[in-house]
Design a protein around this ligand. Structure first.
Ligand code: ADP
Length: 499
């Protein structure tokens, strides 16, 4: 395929070169169909540049390259070498820190103080964590029948399709590639159409780090075309997806009706956050604000439903409202900014739509609820609804914006029922200084991640994923390695006769 040249874009008064091609076989190439699409800066609503737009035929090329790399040595390569490549990629991210940050910020609308303290360092940390795992993947020997030697080996799955969302473009890219590469898989990645830029920058670094051609391939483009081609492909062995529950169902069906590729899904959430009277009130407020407002609420595990015990309800609401009202919404480049824009016009409209629904359903709009007009970007005020009931849409459905509902509760039993009254099960939190209560409640919460006296805190060494309709499988931690390896049982005859 013809090569696609990078383009130079001015970000915060600095010129940065961004690849525009699909990344196949270690080359940035034009899409076969000759299409491109525009990438917008959500903080201004202005187009940054156009990049190549892949289709099913480009996915075919990427799969061929990935298959060739897998069969051509990557699957059986020295794990220590794979580790060194992952470390080298992390080194290059550190070396190109400012550029990576700037691109991630204009791509996703993340403010500086979040992108620089979370997205970039956590991505680098995750790469190094899985570099360390590469040579620590073990099989077992088993005692079976005398005269046989039986053991298991963990082998890579093969060509992995990976489809990522727009809320954490860089981190999702790394969460996906790091365990896959550490264990010897090859990759066909699809970035989100709203945020394809940091993935392109990463591919530049992947090539520079020395990964063999075809190990990682990236096909930028849209869900119904590129995403569907990956999910339906007959020569992709596994698909890992992060995104909405609705799309997760489509992918699971596509896998079932094509080649039964292995599927892991990390989907939506509507996470409860419970506050007891014996909690440290101000700390509970601070973590709860972080829980709902981090990245403008565009977080699948956001603490969107706050349940406060009646004894402290008024005091909590007053302190929580004060802190939410003080959030600085504005320029992503200012280190003062707490909250940037929503990702695009359609999400912005959807969130404002939910705010309207909340009012119509009879909830009290206690704070915010309005757009913030700034530089043409998609900003929305931090928003609180009170007087909510369990059947309201704003209590049940994922809004994916800076919108929280707060309800009052009387007893522990009642709040556990309310907290678990959701089809999701991604995360949940409780604030209390009674450790017995904390243990009791975390045991009863039906969620893959639970927090005590904190919220929205993740770490690469701890598995992350959903109960119920929030997903299948786990990312991060040693658990992710299980999702990127398969077990082979070997029976070795040491002298038993034919029965
Ligand atoms: P959101 O609503 O947050 O955008 P999606 O689930 O639609 O969540 O998007 C997450 C990722 O899934 C994106 O990369 C998107 O392009 C992709 N996607 C959307 N629809 C499909 C589909 N039908 N098949 C495969 N991938 C899809």
């Amino acid at each position: 395929a013809a090569s696609a040249p990078p383009k130079s874009v001015v970000i915060n008064a600095k010129e940065i070169s961004i690849p525009t091609g699909l990344f196949i076989n270690n080359e940035f190439v034009k899409a076969l169909g000759g299409k491109t699409f525009e990438v917008e800066n959500p903080a201004t609503g202005k187009v940054l540049l156009s990049i190549e737009e892949g289709q099913a035929e480009d996915v075919d090329l990427a799969v061929k390259a990935a298959r060739k790399a897998f069969d051509g040595g990557w699957a059986d390569s020295d794990p220590a070498w794979r580790a060194s490549l992952l470390h080298r990629l992390a080194d290059l991210m550190e070396k190109n820190r400012d550029e990576m940050l700037a691109v991630e910020m204009v791509d996703s609308g993340k403010p500086l103080n979040q992108a620089s303290t979370v997205d970039l360092p956590a991505s680098i940390g995750t790469l190094r964590y899985y570099a360390s795992w590469a040579d620590k993947v073990y099989g077992r020997t088993a005692a079976t029948v005398p005269g046989t030697f039986t053991y298991t080996v963990r082998e890579p799955i093969g060509v992995c399709g990976q489809i990522i969302p727009w809320n954490f473009p860089l981190m999702m890219f790394v969460w996906k590639i790091a365990p896959a590469l550490a264990t010897g898989n090859t990759i066909v990645m699809k970035s989100a159409e709203s945020t394809p830029l940091s993935a392109l920058k990463m591919c530049e670094l992947i090539r520079e780090a020395g990964f063999p051609a075809g190990t990682v391939n990236l096909v930028s483009g849209f869900g119904p075309t590129v995403g569907a081609a990956i999910a339906n492909h007959m020569d992709i062995d596994k698909v890992a997806f992060t995104g909405s529950t609705a799309t997760g169902r489509v992918i699971l069906k596509a896998a079932a009706s094509s080649n039964l590729k292995k599927v892991t899904l990390e989907l939506g959430g509507k996470s409860p956050n419970i506050v007891f009277p014996d909690a440290d009130l101000q700390k509970a407020v601070d973590w709860s604000v972080l829980g709902i407002d981090f990245h403008a609420g565009q977080v699948c595990h956001a603490g969107t439903r706050i349940y406060v015990h009646e004894d402290i309800y008024d005091a909590f609401l007053a302190a929580f409202t004060k802190k939410m009202a003080s959030i600085k919404v504005g320029s992503i480049f200012s280190s003062e900014t707490d909250q940037g824009p929503q990702i695009n016009r359609s999400q912005y409209d959807k969130i404002l739509g939910y705010i309207d629904i909340g009012k119509k359903e009879g909830a009290t709009l206690h704070l915010g609820g309005n757009p913030v007009s700034k530089d043409g970007g998609y900003f929305i005020e931090p928003t609180i609804f009170t007087d909510v009931t369990p059947e309201m849409k704003i209590v049940k459905e994922e809004i994916f914006g800076p919108v929280v509902v707060i309800a009052k509760f009387k007893s522990e039993d009642e709040v556990i029922v309310a907290a678990n009254d959701t089809s999701y099960g991604l995360a949940a939190g409780v604030h209390t200084n009674d450790y017995q209560r904390a243990l009791r409640i975390t045991k009863k919460l039906r969620a893959g991640t639970t927090w005590v006296n904190m919220f929205n805190f993740l770490h690469w060494s701890m598995p992350f994923g959903g109960y119920k309709e929030s997903g299948i499988g786990r990312e991060l931690g040693g658990e992710a390695l299980d999702n990127y390896t398969q077990v082979k049982s070997v029976f070795f005859n040491m002298g038993i006769p034919t029965p």
